[in-house]
Design a protein around this ligand. Sequence first.
Ligand code: IFM
Length: 426
Amino acid sequence: MEFTFPKDFLWGASTSSHQVEGNNTNNDWWQWEQTRDLQSRSGQACDHWNRFEEDFKLAQTFGFTAHRLSLEWSRIEPSPGQFNSSAIEHYRKMILSLKSKGIEPIVTLNHFTIPLWLVGQGGWLSDKSPELFAKYVEKTTEALGADIHYWITINEPAVYAHKSYIIGQWPPGEKSVSKAFKVVKNLADAHVLAYGKIKEVYVQKKWKRPAIGVAQQVLIFTPFSGLSLWDWISASIRDRLINHLFVQALIRGKAKVSWIFSIRLSRAKTLDFIGLNYYMREHVHNSGFKPFDIFSDKIKVALNKSRGKINFLGWEIYPKGLYTLIRIFSKYKLPILISENGICTDDDRERTEFIAEHIKSVALAMKEGVHVLGYLYWSLLDNFEWAEGFAPRFGLIEVDYTTQERKIRDSAKKYEEIIRSGKINI
Ligand code: IFM
C-alpha cells in the first residue's frame, strides 16, 4: 500500500554548530578537546561556518523543505551579557540563505556546548544557568526571530546529563548521579524560561506565533532476558528516565512526572511539539541487582545473539522502533517532529535502506492518524561525532576533511527520490 505525505511535510536534515562549523574556540568542548590527540579535536570540522552557502545549495538540490541547525551560544554571547553582533549577523545570513532556497530553518538554541564563561560559573549545575540561558535566548529571539518559526530549545537533555555527568565521557567529565539530576532539572527550568521569553518577544513584536519544542533522544529499551524481572525493571526505568522524564515535566508542569523519579516545575504546558531523535534499540541486562548500574552504560548488552544489523558504532538498527515510539509519544497529544534519525556507516547502501525503512515507520504512524510534522535525517554532512571524533560517517554528503571537498552520496539521491515523489510503500 502506498502512503502519500502531506504537501507541507518538512523534509530535510540536521546539523549542530560545534559538529560542523569549525573553530568554535570559546566553548567547553574546544577546551576539553585540547587534552586529546589531534585527530580527535574538532578543529575546522567541515568549515561549514564559511561554506554554508555551498552546503545549503546541495540541500536544495535534494528537494529539502527544512533544515535543522543550531546556534552556538559561545559565539553569540562570548562573555556574560555581551552579545556579538557579527556572529548574530552571520546566523541571520545562514537563516536567510535557507529561506531564499525554500528551506524552513529549524533552529536549536543549545546543542550540548556551553560558553567557557558559563563553565567558570559551574555550567548547567549552577542555579543561575536557566536564567543565563533565558537571557541569551531573549536576545537571540529579538535579533533573529522575525525569520524563524520553529525553535528547539535544548538538544537531548538526558544524553547530555548521562555523558557529561554520569559516565564522564564528555565535559566536564563528572561521575555523579545526583549532579546529573540537578543538571536535568536546570535544563528543564531553562527550557521553561526560554519558552516564555520566546513567546513574549513574538507577542511584543507582533510576529506570527512560533512553535517551540525540545529534541529528545529516544530509544527502544528491551529486556535482554524476558525471564529476568530485574532486566524488565531496568529496561522500564531506563525508558522512563531517558525517553519520558523531560518531556513529561514540560507537559505536565507541576504534576509528578514519573513513577519514582520526578521533576517539578512551576508552569504547565511549555511545549508546542516534540522532537524525537531516534537511532537504535538497546538490550538491557542487569544481572547483579545493582540499582546504580541503571544509570550507567554497564547494563547495555554488548553482544546479543538476537540483535539485528548494527551501525559503525555498534548501535542496533531497528526501524520498527521509530513507529513504536511515535505511537507512544502521540499520547502527549502534540505534533511530533523527527528531529534526527541517522546511521553512521562506511557502506552507503546501508544508509539508503536505513532511510527508506525509517520513513516507512513514520508513514505507518501517520496513516494511523499521528500528526508528524517532518523527517530530518542526521546528518546533512559527515561531521565531528563528539568523543568518537571524525571516524563515524553519518552524512548524506561525504566530507574530505583535508581538502573540505564535498561529495554527494548515492543515499542522498535516493532520499531525494522519496521527497520528490512524496510517497512511500508501506
Ligand atoms: O551526533 C549526534 C548529535 O549531536 C546528537 N544526536 C545523536 C547524533 C549521533 O550520535
